[in-house]
Design a protein around this ligand. Sequence first.
Ligand SMILES: Nc1ncnc2c1ncn2[C@@H]1O[C@H](COP(=O)(O)OP(=O)(O)O)[C@@H](O)[C@H]1O
Ligand SMILES: Cc1ncsc1CCOP(=O)(O)O
Ligand SMILES: [Mg+2]
Length: 263
Amino acid sequence: MSIEPLSGAAAAQMLRAMREKRPLVHCLTNEVVQEITANVLLAAGASPAMVVAEEEAAYFAAAADALLVNVGTPYPARLRAMHASAESAAANARPWVLDPVAAGGIPWRDGEIRKLLAKRPTVVRGNASEILALAGAGAGGKGVDSTDASSAAIVPAQHLAKASGAIVCVTGETDFITDGERTLSVSGGHVMTTLVVGTGCSLSALVAAFCAASNDRLEATAAACALAKRASERAYAVAPAPGSFHAAYLDALYLIEPESFLE
Ligand SMILES: Nc1ncnc2c1ncn2[C@@H]1O[C@H](COP(=O)(O)OP(=O)(O)O)[C@@H](O)[C@H]1O
Ligand SMILES: Cc1ncsc1CCOP(=O)(O)O
Ligand SMILES: [Mg+2]
C-alpha cells in the first residue's frame, strides 16, 4: 500500500477551514495536560471547553463541534462521562477522537480503551507503542511514552483502521494517518516535542478541531499533524530547551498562516 505525503494545498485549506469555524472542542482529557490542551486549541484557532461532570458531559457533547476522549488518568466517574459523551457525539453526528494513552501497559485500562473503541471513534490518535498494542501487535511502551518507531506501526495501523472503522493516526518521527485504504504521511517536526508533556494529548484535541471543520477526516487529521510539526520546527529554531520550547510552540501555532504550507 503506497503512502502519500499530505499536500501543502490540503494542509492550507484545512487550517483555513478550522480557523474560519473556530470549533468548540469538548475535552475529556487527563489531569496532567488540561492547560496545554486548552492553550494549544486557543493558539491554533479553536475554542476549548473542559466539561467533565457525568451530569453535564453528554449534554455538552451534543452541542460542541467535536469531542476529545483521552484516557491518560482514568477513573470510574470520568470513564462514565466519556462513554456517555462518545454516545452523544455519535448520535449528533459530531466527530470524536480517542487518545488511548498507555494502551498495552495496564490490563484494566486496556479493557476500558477497548470498550471506547467499540463505540466507533472518528479518529484514534496515539503514539507508535499505543497503536501497536491496540492492533494486537505490541505490549505497550514505557508508561505513556513510545518505545517503538512510528514506521513500525504503519501496517498494524492500517489493520486497526479496517477493523475498527476509525481513522488511525500514529505519531512519531513521521506521523502516519490511515483509513485502511489510503495512508498519508507528515514528516518533520522536532524530537524536542517529546520532552514537553501533553504535546501528543493536545495534538489529539487539535485533530478533533480540524475534523469539526471538514468532512475529509483523513486529510483533516493529517493537517492537524502538519500544523503541529511545523510549529515544533519553528519553536525549536528559537527555543531549543523544553521550558521555552513550550511557550514558543504555542506562539508558533498562533503565528503559522495557511499560506506557509504552500511554500
Ligand atoms: N522523533 C520525533 N521527531 C520529531 N517529532 C516527533 C518525534 N516523536 C514524536 N514527535 C512529535 O511529537 C508529537 C507527539 O507525538 P508522540 O510523542 O508520538 O505522542 P505522545 O505524546 O502521545 O506519546 C507529535 O507532533 C509527533 O509528530
Ligand atoms: C505523564 C502522563 N501521565 C498520565 S497522562 C500523562 C500525559 C501524557 O501526555 P502525552 O501523551 O501528550 O505525552
Ligand atoms: Mg499520548
